[in-house]
Design a protein around this ligand. Structure first.
Ligand SMILES: NC(=O)c1ccc[n+]([C@@H]2O[C@H](COP(=O)([O-])OP(=O)(O)OC[C@H]3O[C@@H](n4cnc5c(N)ncnc54)[C@H](OP(=O)(O)O)[C@@H]3O)[C@@H](O)[C@H]2O)c1
Length: 320
């Protein structure tokens, strides 16, 4: 049995990862502010010790790393690190103290796709503060593994999907109204030719990568792994699949990016779409399959449909 401390374990991924860790026989400690609970209930949470603290406040006080180290973990999973300084602060406190350190990264360590599918060895060319910081954290952790033997592994999820929150939709943003449009057989307008890509992953498949990375310690230390579905989808293909799922005939229209952007009621939606299609992620899982035995349970479409089924049940998507 290992003692696993997960920082930010009550979110999308933790909802699935924490029960998997408990079921594998680990002693699990979840560190979060205690504001949220997992998206779905699971008796495994009865065996989890929860520690309420605010990482940002602890970091400002300079005590976060020591607090985590004093929990005496064998394994630390950091789900919520977004700044290089945060990563350094925690890693410095844990050097020589833990057998495995796993960081949740993102496929946005990459900028616009070049040769697809993008692999873990594709040079990073991130844009935007989030991706730039995540790439810097990854470089620092993997360098620490090489130079100092710090036992770090980095997992890069795609767009995380599951029942309980809005999935990235076929227009490339998060407004669930798009699914109602499709469900009713109404017209959906997409930017460009709808051929830019998005790459989802079910939260449980991300959890699977973490668990398998822990299980294959000697292979996973010092390495990064993509955690995405078996294949990215184009916006157009995604939209057509959703029309078919709802039993309606696809009604798609296409506008150039400036026209499409100007036609959006919400600047937030347009910005989210741009963030996604400007990268058009399409990532490889070959390394995760080969080295970890990753076997995703969900295609992109299956993962999204599970989330949309939940949205319908909640009355957020209204087919009729
Ligand atoms: N969402 C995506 O599609 C996506 C895609 C790629 C990568 N990622 C990566 O996934 C990671 C996030 O994982 P997730 O989506 O499973 O998490 P999440 O759903 O955003 O949940 C965040 C977790 O962290 C806790 N938390 C938030 N702020 C905190 C603070 N200041 N101090 C202590 N705990 C705090 C939350 O609980 P409390 O609120 O109770 O504190 C919760 O347990 C990030 O590293 C992100 O870059 C996400």
């Amino acid at each position: 049995m290992s003692k696993v401390v997960i920082i930010g374990g009550s979110g999308h991924v933790g909802t699935y990862l924490v029960p998997r860790l408990v079921e594998a026989g680990n002693e699990v400690v979840n560190v979060s502010r205690g504001r949220r609970t997992a998206y779905s209930s699971n008796a495994a949470w009865n065996q989890v010790r929860s520690i309420a603290l605010d990482r940002e406040a602890e970091e400002q006080a300079g005590t976060f790393g020591r607090t985590i180290r004093d929990l005496k973990p064998d394994i630390v999973i950091d789900m919520i690190c977004f700044k290089l300084d945060s990563a350094k602060h925690l890693a410095e406190a844990l050097k020589g103290q833990v057998s495995h350190f796993l960081h949740c990264g993102t496929i946005w360590v990459h900028g616009p796709s070049v040769a697809v599918p993008t692999t873990e060895t594709t040079p990073r060319n991130p844009f935007g503060e989030y991706g730039i910081q995540k790439a810097a954290i990854e470089a620092y952790l993997l360098d620490s593994a090489r130079r100092d033997g710090f036992p770090a592994t980095v997992v890069h999820p795609g767009h995380i999907v599951g029942p309980g929150w809005n999935p990235l939709n076929p227009a490339g943003h998060f407004n669930p109204q798009i699914f109602t449009v499709i469900a009713r057989g109404a017209e959906l307008v997409l930017p460009n030719f709808g051929l830019e890509t998005v790459h989802h992953v079910h939260a449980d498949d991300v959890a699977q990568v973490f668990v398998k990375a822990i299980g294959r310690w000697s292979t996973s230390v010092g390495e990064a792994f993509n955690a995405v579905s078996p294949a990215a989808v184009t916006l157009r293909g995604y939209a057509e699949a959703m029309y078919a799922w709802f039993g309606t005939k696809p009604r798609l229209r296409f506008l150039s990016w400036p026209e499409w952007k100007a036609a959006q009621a919400s600047g937030e939606d347009a910005t989210a779409t741009l963030e996604h299609i400007a990268r058009s992620p399409c990532h490889s899982i070959a390394k995760s399959e080969r080295l970890l035995g990753y076997a995703p349970r969900y295609t992109s479409f299956e993962a999204v449909c599970e989330a949309v089924t939940w949205l319908i049940g909640e009355g957020i998507v209204e087919p009729k």
